[in-house]
Write a protein that binds this ligand. Structure first.
Ligand code: ADP
Ligand code: MG
Length: 270
């Protein structure tokens, strides 16, 4: 369902120099996969995952979702794309001035493309976007959906709490509910458990697995932590210095003792 072909990303840096961050990336992620992308810090993982929802525009190659190349999408089509792809982050990126309920309702209340900013992402990233009016959901419909999501992430008793009063694990649960509000078919997770202790990590991974099984949502998980991949990813790609150096079923990739980078990652990563 996600097919990445010869994807490249270069950043223009000081002067006229280009920094190649992704080089000829080829990957197929199938519907229902929990697909891990693992690599050291600076390997290009975040840049890759940000290309999947066009927070970064690739400089070459294509990304097909259900057979359609998304890389040129704009305006109304880009909004639809963003609603079909949820995203969560290491630092949760909740709206601190809004309570849990309003955080979760965020994506359901949007009427302008320009407002559909994933919290924590620089608004500048959206400046090329146009304006698009859509039918607003009724307040009641939004509340029904929020309650459903609160049940899913097991936070019904925190509905009117503010993020500052929540633990890290609870904040990530709110972020997951918010990301799922528009019923996306893909959930992108950028180091979603890296700020959490190991017990909380386990409970978040369990939740993601449950959501994957119950809703069939495809999950793409960026991480530098081997154990995260081993716990829930059925497939994995290893990203090393801008390139995919191994990919396949998790047990095959990590079972390959001849791979130097896999040995390094097994040895504790960073
Ligand atoms: P990872 O998530 O694997 O740690 P990133 O994708 O964040 O790696 O970064 C990969 C490389 O791209 C790093 O060298 C980083 O400095 C560079 N990079 C990321 N974003 C930008 C940007 N907007 N401009 C220039 N360089 C960037
Ligand atoms: Mg990163």
């Amino acid at each position: 369902m996600i097919e990445v072909k010869q994807l490249t990303k270069e950043f223009r840096i000081a002067g006229d120099k280009n920094l190649t961050v992704l080089k000829d990336i080829n990957l197929v992620i199938e519907q229902g996969d929990i697909f891990g992308i693992i690599g050291m810090s600076g390997a290009g993982k975040s840049t890759f995952i940000r290309c999947l929802n066009l927070l970064e525009r690739p400089t070459g190659g294509s990304i097909l979702i259900d057979g359609v190349d998304i890389t040129m999408k704009k305006g109304r089509d880009l909004l639809a794309l963003r609603k079909s792809i949820g995203m969560i982050f290491q630092n949760f990126n909740l709206l601190m001035q809004k309570n849990v309920s309003r955080n979760i309702a965020f994506g359901l209340e949007i009427t302008k493309v320009a407002d559909f900013v994933i919290p924590g992402i620089d608004k500048e990233d959206y400046k090329e976007l146009g304006f698009f009016q859509k039918r607003k959901l009724k307040k009641k419909e939004i509340q029904r959906r929020v309650d459903e999501l609160l049940r899913l992430v097991d936070l019904e008793d925190k509905k009117y709490e503010y993020p500052s009063k929540l633990s890290g694990g609870q904040r990530q649960r709110v972020a997951i509910a918010r990301a799922l509000a528009t019923s996306p078919s893909i959930l992108l997770c950028d180091e979603a458990t890296s700020a959490l202790d190991s017990r909380t990590t386990d409970s978040i991974l369990k939740l993601l697995k449950k959501i994957n099984e119950e809703t069939g949502v495809t999950i793409v998980m960026i991480t530098h932590e081997m154990n995260v991949v081993q716990k829930i990813c059925n497939k994995v790609a290893v990203l090393d210095k801008s390139e995919i150096v191994a990919s396949g079923y998790t047990e095959d990739v990590f079972g390959d003792t001849s791979s130097e980078i896999v040995a390094q990652l097994l040895g504790g990563g960073e």
